[in-house]
Design a protein around this ligand. Structure first.
Ligand code: N2P
Length: 365
């Protein structure tokens, strides 16, 4: 009798999976996001709540994402380009407009952020902010103290001045493999417009980077988190939250490594990573559900608390850890905001110059 009942219930579960109501089990969303950028329990919670399975892939460069998007047929439903890349991808017809009637959580967004992202995506028609942050200097305070005689870095001079960087060569320097993050910083350090498209200015930035090239161990956009945390390197030009994740990993490892982050006084880039749906996304309804879920105040706060980046959701701030919310290098105060600049997308001609220049810098030739 019990056996029969078990058999019956197993059969009914099986039948339920085949019935239209059971189709929920087949729902899927393919997400392509930056590495080290989510608390994976958020993905599990989303699946538990909606029945939608998440296939989650990661990248660490806008160029990689852009190549896939421009080729078409990526199969991705939600992707997260930075604003300057998003802007030209919208122009290229890569994305579809968001059906805002499916995104009630947009009411939680923060105008301080949406006003800025509208410069890349007018009216925020195609994208919703996921996280935003800065490009700055992460460093090992003890090793920098030993090499430079100070444990506080407050200027790009620590990096761009060849005499300074030469002293850090042996303890190890990593730099983001990202021309649109590093060349504007070089321009700013030289007192030029970080958005300059003048070939002469770009040549000057290139020259500044070639001068310090011998002291750079590696160009990479995600390995610096562990390299800093383990004490393998003493300086990385990197993204704010990644450096804070390195700091926390170092604390957990209890090997005495202490990590600092500097938003240099000359100015630092502020960037915005935006969730968007490719025009040819196979699962649009699921993509909208995913984006809307991420915009739930508790959910996006959980993400910020884990990845240590600020988000663009005002209603989430009551759930963001106080230490994060009160840290001006995460949620900039008015004084820090003054130092931050944004970058515009490169036009095709400038992009060609930048790409050529970057190859020279990375290969050191
Ligand atoms: C996440 C880095 C994302 C910041 N690890 C760059 N847009």
């Amino acid at each position: 009798m019990i056996r029969k009942a078990l058999w019956l219930s197993a059969t009914s579960v099986f039948l339920a999976l085949l019935t239209p109501a059971g189709h929920a089990a087949d729902r899927v969303v393919n997400v392509f996001n930056w590495s080290d950028y989510i608390d994976s329990s958020i993905i599990d919670d989303f699946t538990k709540k909606t029945g939608i399975k998440v296939v989650y892939d990661t990248f660490d460069s806008n160029e990689i994402l852009e190549t896939k998007l421009l080729a078409g047929g990526s199969g991705y439903d939600v992707v997260v380009p930075s604003g300057n890349f998003l802007a030209r991808q919208i122009q290229a017809g890569v994305f579809q407009k968001l059906d805002k009637s499916k995104l009630p959580n947009l009411s939680n967004m923060w105008d301080t952020v949406t006003e800025r992202t509208a410069k890349y995506d007018p009216g925020n028609e195609y994208s919703v902010n996921y996280m935003w942050g800065t490009v700055g200097i992460g460093y090992n305070t003890k090793k920098v103290q030993a090499a430079l005689g100070t444990d506080k870095i407050d200027s790009w001079d620590a990096f761009f001045n060849p005499d300074s960087l030469a002293k850090l060569k042996d303890c190890g320097v990593y730099v983001l493999d990202s021309p649109s993050d590093i060349l504007p910083a070089a321009l700013k350090y030289l007192g030029l417009d970080p958005n300059s498209t003048s070939p002469d200015d770009i040549a000057k930035a290139e020259e500044a980077l070639l001068k310090i090239r011998p002291y750079i161990r590696k160009f990479h956009s995600s390995e610096y988190i562990n390299a800093l945390a383990n004490g393998d390197i003493c300086l990385a030009v990197g993204w704010s939250g990644d450096v804070f994740q390195a700091r926390n990993r170092a604390v957990e490892a209890k090997q005495g490594v202490e990590i600092g982050y500097s938003v240099p006084k000359e100015g630092a880039q502020m960037w915005f990573d935006q969730m968007a749906i490719p025009a040819d996304a196979p699962h649009v309804a699921e993509a909208l559900e995913f984006i809307n879920y991420m915009m739930t105040p508790e959910v996006i706060a959980k993400s910020s608390n884990y990845v240590l980046y600020a988000n663009g959701n005002k209603a989430s701030q009551q759930f963001v850890d106080k230490a994060l919310l009160d840290d001006p290098s995460v949620y900039p105060d008015a004084a820090t905001l003054q130092k931050l600049y944004t970058v515009q997308p490169y036009d095709p001609k400038t992009q060609r110059i930048i790409t050529r220049s970057w190859t020279k810098i990375v290969t050191g030739q």
